[in-house]
Design a protein around this ligand. Structure first.
Ligand code: FBP
Length: 328
């Protein structure tokens, strides 16, 4: 790999000798989504697109104009891609089946714009994606085809929109990070074979939710806050965008937590297009991801928008957090 390794060639080189090239094509199209959204986010302030649409999504969350733009862009980019059968998105209640989708080979689960609460403060945001193979091609697409555990993911990753735009992905092997050179619209390999550090890094949780957690969760987070965790002293960091908090955790170590609450035991984050793709990346970088009871990747979804608690990061940190909550 020389310093001019670009994503297009890398996807092809990394594919197995017997690969049809379909997955590489899907990944390349995802870099197109990344470049288009990076541009939309950069320009949103100039064209008055930082606000809300006045509607709510299936999650009951207020929808930002950029949420809609991000979802529409994703659908447009994959509209004429015969190898993609359907897309499940945070922004759509039901899956979207493409014309002639029944002959498609892949399913894409996506959060087109993660961290949209950061839209109007120039904060970090991201796109999270997971790619699955259909159980059978040539039949009408059913939503149950998306109900596969993260162990079946063929490729997953995220795009980080921040001071720079990065794409981090794995197709089952190492985790590799690319950085966008906006001037030529090309992603260059800048972070090959990422491994998450152990015993260092921040703990990352919205502590304003503390009173909503059960006693053991409160005690566990308190241990990290009071610098008494077995895994060593930790600082606190929380940017309010899962992709931003996870990217820092992947590079610097530590743990991101979105615990369940007494009133909402499944927490906030969605399994199919947020937790499972990031768990796939985290495990391949040597880390761990749990819902507090079992590995995220072992959970078989029963709905497109199913939520789970999330503990994601350095293996030692996640294991200690799970142990201290005593639910596993
Ligand atoms: P979406 O923005 O895609 O809905 O993602 C949910 C999210 O914004 C995560 O990115 C972030 O980590 C979390 O919610 C922040 O939640 P809270 O504001 O409750 O801490």
């Amino acid at each position: 790999m020389n310093r001019f390794t670009i994503s297009e060639q890398f996807f092809i080189d990394q594919a197995s000798a017997s690969a049809s090239g379909g997955l590489s094509t899907v990944l390349n199209r995802l870099t197109l989504v990344a470049r288009m959204l990076a541009s939309e986010i950069m320009r949103a302030g100039f064209v008055g697109k930082l606000g809300y649409t006045g509607t709510s999504n299936v999650q009951g969350e207020e929808v930002r104009e950029l949420d809609v733009i991000s979802n529409d862009t994703t659908l447009q980019v994959f509209e004429n891609m015969p190898m993609v059968a359907a897309i499940a998105s945070e922004e759509m209640e039901d899956m979207y089946v493409f014309p002639d989708g029944e002959n498609g080979k892949y399913l894409i689960a996506i959060d087109p714009l993660d961290g949209s609460g950061n839209v109007d403060i120039a904060g970090q945001m991201g796109t999270i994606f997971g790619i699955y193979k259909r159980p059978e091609v040539g039949k009408p697409v059913t939503v149950e085809e998306f109900y596969q555990s993260g162990r079946n993911i063929v490729a997953a990753g995220y795009v980080l929109y921040g001071p720079c735009t990065m794409m981090v992905y794995s197709a089952g092997g190492p985790v590799n990070g690319f950085t966008l050179d906006r001037s030529i619209g090309t992603f260059f390999l800048t972070h090959p074979d990422l491994k998450i550090p152990e015993g260092v890094g921040a703990y990352s949780v919205n502590e304003a939710n503390e009173t909503k957690w059960d006693d053991k969760t409160q005690a566990m987070v308190e241990t990290f806050r009071r610098q008494q965790a077995d895994v060593g002293k930790r600082s606190a960091r929380y940017v309010g965008a899962l992709v931003g908090d996870f990217h820092r955790t992947l590079l610097k170590g530590g743990i991101y937590m979105y615990p369940g609450e007494v009133e909402k035991p499944n927490g906030k984050l969605r399994l199919l297009y947020e937790n499972a793709p990031l768990a796939f990346i985290c495990e391949r970088a040597g880390g761990a991801a749990s819902n507090g009871v079992m590995p995220i990747l072992d959970i078989v979804p029963t709905g497109l928008h199913q939520r789970t608690p999330l503990f994601l990061g350095s293996k030692g940190d996640v294991e200690e957090a799970v142990r201290r909550m005593g639910k596993a």
